[in-house]
Ligand binder design. Structure first.
Ligand code: TYM
Length: 334
C-alpha cells in the first residue's frame, strides 16, 4: 500500500476549510492508503499559547478527526509531541537548511507581520519541523490544502539536499514525497471576504464556519456573509469570488456534482440560495457534532487510540531517524 501523512495544528477550533480542504480527503483515502494522521501540538506553540488549553486542544482535534470519519482501525492517529523523533530530526534539518529558504516562506511573512517584535525562532522554523513530520514516515503523498503547497515544496527541497549531501547515488536516505491538493475545496474562502482564505486566526468569527457551530450560529453567519448584487449564481467568475466560494461550499457539503449545482442555482437569487446553503451545512455537520460529543465524553477511548497510534508511529519514525543519523556519521548510541 502507498502511504499518506498529514496533520493539523492543535490551535483553536477546526473550520470548514480544515474539513473540506484536508480531513474529508483523508477520510476517503483510508481504504486505499496506509494513513498516518497526527495532531501538530509542537506547531501549536509557535505562536503564544495558553498552557491550560494545550492538552485539551489536542484531544479536541483528535475527537474531530474521528468524528469526521477517520477510523483508528485503519489509520494511525498520533500526537506529534509524543514522538520525540520529530524534534530530533527537525534539529538535524535545521543544520542543513539555508536560512533564506525559510525567510521567503509566505506563511511566515504573513504571520510575522501580525506579531511584530514577538516573532519567535520557532515561527521561522515551523516549516523545518513540518518537513521532519513528513519525511520521518516516508509517505508517497501529503494531502493538504493549497496554503501548504510551499511547505511541501520546502520539504522536498530539504530531502533532496540531504540526499545529495549524505546519500549514496543509488540509495537516497530520504524518500521525496508529493503534495496532494484536490481541485475542489483546496482553498475555502472567508465568508466576509471571498479573496481571503478561511482561517482560524481571522479576528472575525463571522468569517468562518466552525465544525462545532450550532444551527443558529450557522444561520447567522450565512445570513451575514458577503455576497454581490448580480443576478443568478455561477462558478468561476473572477469578479464574483464570494459567489464561487459559496457555491463550492454548497457543492461539497451536499455531495452534488458541479454541473448539477450550476444548473440548480443558475437562476437563483441570494434570498433563495442562502437558506438552502444554511440547511445543507447544518445537515452535513449534525452527525459529525453528535459523534464529536460522544467522543469528548469518552476520554479513555481517545487515550487508547492515541496510545496505539503513538507506538506505531514511534517505531517507524525511529527507524528513519536512525537512518539519517547513520548517514550523517553519528556515533551509535551505546
Ligand atoms: P493547519 O492546521 O493550518 O491546517 C490544516 C489543514 O487544513 C487546510 N486548510 C485549508 N484548506 C482549504 N481551505 C482553507 N481555508 C484552509 N485552511 C486550512 C491546510 O491546508 C491543512 O491541510 N502546517 C500545517 C500542519 C502540519 C502539517 C505537517 C501538514 C504540520 N506538519 C505535515 C501536513 C504534513 C498547518 O498549519 O495546517
Amino acid at each position: 500500500k502507498k502511504r499518506i501523512l498529514s496533520g493539523i495544528q492543535t490551535t483553536g477550533n477546526l473550520h470548514l476549510g480544515n474539513y473540506l480542504g484536508a480531513i474529508r480527503n483523508w477520510e476517503g483515502m483510508q481504504d486505499e492508503y496506509d494513513c498516518f494522521l497526527f495532531l501538530a501540538d509542537l506547531h501549536a506553540i509557535t505562536v503564544p499559547h495558553d498552557p491550560k488549553l494545550l492538552a485539551e486542544n489536542t484531544y479536541k482535534v483528535a475527537a474531530a478527526y474521528l468524528a469526521c470519519g477517520i477510523d483508528p482501525e485503519r489509520s494511525t492517529v498520533f500526537v506529534q509531541s509524543h514522538v520525540s523523533a520529530h524534534s530530533e530530526l527537525a534539529w538535524i534539518f535545521n543544520c542543513i537548511t539555508p536560512l533564506n529558504w525559510l525567510e521567503r516562506m509566505i506563511q511566515f511573512k504573513e504571520k510575522a507581520v501580525k506579531q511584530g517584535e514577538n516573532v519567535s525562532v520557532g515561527l521561522l522554523d515551523y516549516p523545518v519541523l513540518q518537513s521532519a513530520d513528513i519525511l520521518l514516515y516516508e509517505p508517497d503523498l501529503v494531502p493538504v490544502g493549497e496554503d501548504q503547497k510551499q511547505h511541501i515544496e520546502l520539504t522536498r527541497d530539504i530531502a533532496v539536499r540531504l540526499n545529495h549531501q549524505f546519500g549514496k547515488k543509488k540509495q537516497p536516505v530520504l524518500k521525496v514525497p508529493d503534495a496532494l491538493i484536490r481541485a475542489d475545496g483546496a482553498r475555502v474562502m472567508s465568508l466576509t471576504d471571498g479573496t481571503k482564505k478561511m482561517s482560524k486566526s481571522d479576528p472575525s468569527e463571522l468569517s468562518r464556519i466552525e465544525i462545532g457551530d450550532t444551527p443558529d450560529l450557522i444561520k447567522k453567519k450565512i445570513k451575514k456573509c458577503k455576497t454581490d448584487p448580480m443576478r443568478g449564481l455561477e462558478f468561476g467568475n473572477p469578479e464574483r469570488p464570494e459567489c464561487n466560494n459559496l457555491l463550492t461550499l454548497y457543492m461539497l457539503l451536499s455531495g452534488k456534482e458541479k454541473d448539477a449545482v450550476a444548473a440548480e442555482c443558475a437562476d437563483m437569487g441570494w434570498g433563495q440560495f442562502k437558506p438552502l446553503l444554511t440547511e445543507t451545512a447544518i445537515a452535513a455537520l449534525q452527525p459529525i457534532q453528535e459523534k464529536y460529543q460522544a467522543l469528548m465524553d469518552d476520554r479513555g477511548y481517545l487515550e487508547s487510540v492515541l496510545k496505539k497510534g503513538n507506538e506505531k508511529a514511534t517505531t517507524i519514525a525511529d527507524q528513519t531517524l536512525t537512518k539519517v543519523k547513520d548517514a550523517l556519521g553519528y556515533a551509535r548510541p551505546l
